[in-house]
Design a protein around this ligand. Structure first.
Ligand code: SF4
Length: 336
């Protein structure tokens, strides 16, 4: 039986943070105060924990962080995961990475060889200066664009680029990003800003909502809706109407967790870098899976703990509602 929560949702997607460290300090994500990050575990420990999740029906694993490419053992980790087979469909495990792309140019080919299926690059501006202003890192833009091109060259297609949009901050990047999607042949997805940042700057008026983003994109070129690629896909997909030859290329998407929540079809569970299960991005508590292992727990004990924890998965988030509580961890300490 697939791993199912008490709301009848099959939990098939696991996101694993393998480090809390990051080589960027994005202003809306990290407050800039160098806090002690949460600990990280040996790679073989993640492999063991992930293997138990896969035995329970997980079919997709996304490796996140902090910045996962900072872990020197990223290639052997991908090799181990890519060698796993899903329990219910007997297919190769779908292994993906979310990265800021800064280290990707050198690692794209080895990751592909190791068996990586997909790559997503988090990037919030295509203007060099704005990119440096957001990340508080000089010369990052060229490194990331080189990483994206190396990923395409390595065959990690389609390369997805995720951009979090904040009002008064980078909504002026939406049209340049649409052009970037066409020029670079990548899929750019615009994400509504969620109250998951470290510095607690979120407010309803900082959100550039779905409809507004749609209007801005349509002002660039008329959009043509595309069908979802998988059930429960969180992005609304579009391409551009072909006005003249060469058009009609490029794909953009909008992920609208605030104005168009998709919790009803949520298939995700997360494992933090220090081995704690988070049943929802907005959970008020963690569930310490690593502690079961530290106490000498068997794989059966780990599986039992996971199954019990999944029954505690929240039905949905309550962003913008009276009494909404910010989650007990910010995004950088969860992993996305
Ligand atoms: S907010 Fe929670 S329940 Fe909703 S989609 Fe995200 S993780 Fe799933």
């Amino acid at each position: 039986m697939p791993l199912t929560d008490k709301h009848g949702r099959n939990i098939t997607d696991l996101r694993v943070s393998i480090t809390d460290r990051c080589n960027y300090r994005c202003v809306y994500c990290r407050s800039g105060e160098d806090q002690i990050p949460f600990s990280e575990l040996p790679i073989e420990t993640y492999v063991r924990l992930i293997r138990v999740f896969v035995s329970l029906g997980v079919e997709k694993v996304r490796i996140t962080g902090g910045e996962p490419l900072l872990r020197k053992e990223i290639i052997p980790l991908v090799e181990e995961l890519a060698a796993m087979t899903t329990t219910n469909t007997a297919k190769p495990l779908d292994v993906a990475i979310t990265t800021n792309g800064h280290l990707l140019a050198k690692l794209a080919q080895p990751l592909k060889h190791a068996g990586l299926s997909r790559i997503t690059v988090s990037m919030d501006a295509v203007d060099r200066n704005k990119f440096a202003q957001i990340t508080r890192v000089a010369n990052g833009y060229d490194a990331v664009v080189a990483g994206i091109r190396a990923a395409k060259h390595a065959g990690l297609e389609p390369v997805k680029v995720n951009a979090v949009v904040l009002r008064g901050f980078n909504e002026d990047q939406i049209v340049p990003f649409a052009r970037f999607a066409c020029d670079e042949g990548v899929i750019v997805r615009f994400i509504e800003f969620m109250p998951l940042e470290e510095d607690r700057i979120w407010a309803p008026n900082t959100v550039v909502g779905f409809n507004e983003m749609l209007d801005i994109l349509n002002s660039f070129r008329p959009l043509v809706p595309l069908p979802a690629t998988t059930p429960g896909e969180t992005a609304m997909r579009y391409t551009f109407a072909s006005i003249s030859s060469g058009d009609g290329v490029g794909e953009v998407g909008i992920i609208a967790p605030v104005s168009r929540a998709f919790c009803g079809a949520c298939s995700r569970v997360r494992l933090t870098s220090d081995g704690k299960i988070r049943t929802c991005l907005f959970s008020q508590s963690d569930h310490d899976l690593y502690a079961v292992l530290q106490r000498g727990g068997t794989d059966a004990d780990l599986a039992n703990f996971i199954e019990k924890t999944i029954q505690k998965k929240e039905a949905r988030h309550h962003i913008g509602e009276p009494g909404f509580l910010k989650p007990s961890r910010s995004m950088v300490h969860i992993g996305g």
